[in-house]
Design a protein around this ligand. Sequence first.
Ligand SMILES: NC(=O)c1ccc[n+]([C@@H]2O[C@H](COP(=O)([O-])OP(=O)(O)OC[C@H]3O[C@@H](n4cnc5c(N)ncnc54)[C@H](OP(=O)(O)O)[C@@H]3O)[C@@H](O)[C@H]2O)c1
Length: 274
Amino acid sequence: MYKLNDGREIPEIGFGTYKLKGHTGVQSIVSAINNGYRMLDTAYNYENEGTVGRAIAESFVKRSDLFVTSKLPGRYYQYDDAISALQESLYRSHLDYFDLYLLHWPNPKKGMYPEAWRALIDAQKFGLVKSIGVCNFLPEYLEKLQRDTGVLPAINQIELHPFFNEAKMRKYDADNGIITMDWSPLGRGSSVMSDPTLNELAVKYNKSVGQIILRWEYQLKTIPIPKSSKTSRQKENLNIFDFKISDTDMSQISLLTKTDGRVRDQDPAEYEEF
Ligand SMILES: NC(=O)c1ccc[n+]([C@@H]2O[C@H](COP(=O)([O-])OP(=O)(O)OC[C@H]3O[C@@H](n4cnc5c(N)ncnc54)[C@H](OP(=O)(O)O)[C@@H]3O)[C@@H](O)[C@H]2O)c1
């Protein structure tokens, strides 16, 4: 577990649930929980908070032993809308609280994220959420939150994988007591997994390419949240704590980053999602 800047604890790895929906989604998420994942990542915009809640109810694990994250969509960044969207998310998931609640995208051109952040600060005081954070935030947006409210996020969830390793953003987060969480940590089925260097390292360490990537992210002191619908891959992705990548090999992986390495070219300064 890592300690967040609000004193709470968070697991070192989580389970992504994007695209896991309905009955088959419930089966995949129940399998992930029963395979050992204790953190689940959902969002209002994934339209699967109900699926996630159902899986929690069907699993063998107590709610209090799980860490559930959801996210507020940009169309609800007005204060009252934010609080009611959060209440609706809790209702859909049949949960009394989220362990972590995030602003999903900054949408800086709209300028609404500071108001939404104030709603999250209050939601934490009301007990609707235990910890609060953001996704896809750049330093200038974090500085604005700090100036406006004096409260910095516990987590910044950003795109991070070997082709886009976010060295500067990671350093900024770490310097400011914010933990970086990695979305699309495996590059969402893109060419990352077939990279020759990663494949050579997989042979060297007798691990899969996915395990090499996730272990590298863990050793960077970030929190990967890989998604898989398949039980065998869920287990594989969790089995990264019995080996260590050498400093030289860590650096070799870090050299794979590219300026245009984003999976879908979603630059938070430009891309908007509501
Ligand atoms: N905050 C944001 O803006 C944001 C944006 C995107 C995603 N997210 C979150 O981050 C989570 C993870 O990102 P992601 O779903 O985009 O991508 P990902 O976890 O990087 O990759 C998932 C893909 O990789 C495959 N896969 C999983 N494990 C594998 C393995 N061991 N070997 C080979 N292939 C493997 C999966 O296929 P199978 O399912 O067939 O195994 C799936 O196609 C999401 O589910 C979501 O919760 C957040």
